[in-house]
Design a protein around this ligand. Structure first.
Ligand SMILES: *Cc1c(COP(=O)(O)O)cnc(C)c1O
Length: 230
């Protein structure tokens, strides 16, 4: 990836987001872009940052910690988007502004305890297994109301919304269906949690469908940084 390629990719993704906002009758800027930098080196993060991106997503805690050190001179907001093991919560609580992949009370409790007292509360999203896949991470929609009640009571955290990784777009008859389901679940939960304002849904292949259903944040890796080979 050359600096020119990164710049072109970012302007194309940004234009797609803008067009999708428009098509959905949503204002410019309604949807923010999370650059998913997993497997990509700090040099590419620097190039994307130079193009104005400031939020980066990683799915391995150790890898995120190494990159955060390598670009500590930049004012980056780190988002954790991968499965969370108990022994990795401390590093996540120290580095991140957002965690998208919380699906168990125990993990939220550890993040709450380990959030440094000099930091703002950690922004949390509950990951929902919206396509009901056996192998996928995420709490079931049916179990989400009880889990959000428990997590919302913890200190040092703010529950901001929901995240999902639906089954691949190519396998869906209605490409928007899982995103609609996530939005409807958020609306249901918002009756007792009125502060929910974030829907993290949509990736390189399906960000338009997600924005049509109300995504406020799309997570894009491939279409910014190129394919991943590992
Ligand atoms: C890798 C990843 C993405 C980015 O996917 P692309 O198809 O490369 O845009 C988004 N969300 C999560 C949770 C991921 O792990």
């Amino acid at each position: 990836m050359t600096p020119t390629e990164i710049a072109t990719n970012i302007s194309e993704v940004t234009a797609r987001i803008r067009a999708a906002e428009d098509a959905a009758g949503r204002p410019a800027g309604a949807v923010s872009l999370l650059a998913v930098s997993k497997t990509k080196p700090p040099a590419l993060i620097r190039l994307a940052y130079a193009q104005g991106l400031t939020a980066f997503g990683e799915n391995y805690a150790q890898e995120m910690a190494e990159k955060a050190r390598a670009v500590a001179d930049l004012n980056i907001s780190w988002h954790f988007i991968g499965p969370i093991q108990s022994n990795k919560t401390a590093v996540i609580a120290e580095i991140c502004d957002w965690v998208h992949s919380v699906d168990r009370l125990k993990i939220a409790q550890r993040l709450s305890q380990q959030r440094p007292s000099d930091r703002e509360p950690l922004n949390l999203l509950l990951q929902i297994n919206i396509s009901g896949e056996d192998t996928k991470a995420g709490v079931s929609p049916a179990a989400a109301p009880a889990l959000i009640d428990q997590i919302a009571a913890l200190p040092n955290l703010i529950v901001r919304g929901l995240m999902a990784i639906p089954a691949p777009a190519s396998t869906r008859t209605d490409p928007q269906a899982p995103f609609r389901a996530l939005r409807l679940l958020q609306e249901q939960l918002a009756v007792s949690h009125p502060n929910l304002d974030t829907l993290s849904m949509g990736m390189s292949a399906d960000l338009e469908a997600a924005i049509a259903e109300g995504a406020t944040l799309v997570r894009v890796g491939t279409d910014i940084f190129g394919a991943r080979y590992n």
